[in-house]
Design a binder for this molecule. Sequence first.
Ligand code: TYD
Ligand code: MG
Length: 471
Amino acid sequence: MARSQTRYICQSCGQVHPRWVGKCDGCGAWNTLAEEVSEKAGPKATGGKGGRHLSFVELSGAPEFEPRRPTGIAELDRVLGGGIVPGSAILVGGDPGIGKSTLLLQAAARLSEDRRIAYISGEEAVDQIRMRAIRLGVEKSRVALAASTNVRDIVASLDHGEAPEVAIIDSIQTMYVDTLESAPGTVGQVRAASQELIRLAKRKGTALILVGHVTKDGMIAGPKVLEHMVDTVLHFEGERGHQFRILRSIKNRYGPTDEIGVFEMTETGLGEVANPSALFLADRSQDVSGAAVFAGMEGTRPVLVEVQALVAPSPLGTPRRTVVGWDTGRLAMTLAVLEARAGLSLGGYDVFLNVAGGFRIQEPAADLAVAAALVSAVSGTPCPSNAVVFGELGLSGEIRAVSQTEARLKEAAKLGFDRALIPRVQSQSKNRKKIPAAGLGLDEMGTIGDLFDLFPDAHQAARHGDRRERA
Ligand code: TYD
Ligand code: MG
């Protein structure tokens, strides 16, 4: 007979503990354990009798490719790798209030034009969703709507008759399986609810879209376990104060993971932003020291953003290093290279680095743009306002080549730039002939020292600042 058993499960990593402890053995997080009651398992799976024999097949068989279903929202389709794969499970994570429900309701409305869509909300009442639909101008679309949190009811409804092609569950943290005693949102519940829903989706060929909330530290609440269970994980992110939102693919069994979709939150829902560079550079102030335009790539799409640096003599023993939108470790490395290889010491300065517009850069190709912004800030000389910058910085001070030079330069030319600071090796590669095609004047940099040709006063200004500080 099944026996119920109390266990304590870390809500962060899913580690199971037989008794309560303050600190999880698995991930080291404090105070993350929650009590969950489970039915004890029956006979052990290993060494047991009665398992079915698997029929192994050849690796070389012809795979069945399921056609993708484009959602009609180009920015969403790009991130999904072309559209929704039938029977797949997609997790859309993001901070509360970022716009997940808005995006999915808009997608549902588009999809409902030629297929059956179910939208099940555990967070809002039907009337609230209708009100949002009116605001978005999609109230006439044929989305099947329900408000429920009980997985048993949801599975029964989706299983009954013809299943919808896409089912949206908003959100997985509100769903509960009534055979478990723990509260909705706990790891056990999230895992069990997802398992039930995913199993149904695979059986029926329904694509399942789960909404997941993100905790303070950016994890999808409850669980890494959930990320393992689904085929695709998308992150919807953005700064509260800014109107644009970025949809990023973290994991995708059916598509690329480096593509982004860019949206703008407006009064009437999320609008697609086909040309993000223009948006990110819209508020650029020209001829101010400490700013450099980085020509970046997000997947296959070039994105130009402004990197801003502020350098000020520090009153503190340990000067501040504050970074928004880039990696703190990479800033430390860039500062160290500037000091060790170019003799520019910023040890007595507070350094603030910001990627304008709330964008987050992940490419090392931004190193040279960051270095240019820093040196420009110290020297008080603006970077050439008609120039874009990219290149990776090596520890010996060399500027290293980065990928997709041509795409970066073309985008810069399209936006009216006519000059680029790029790695020297780049122009010596076999792509040499292609580069001038973009029509930009190229400043080629072999080492970090070459940057100082543009800012001849930087060293003196830095020394001057240090002296002023000591005086
Ligand atoms: P929502 O989709 O409810 O976020 P989530 O599901 O991720 O919690 O979006 C909520 C925010 O979006 C809310 O602060 C209001 C804003 N919003 C608009 O600016 N315009 C709109 O058309 C809609 C529907 C929402
Ligand atoms: Mg919501």
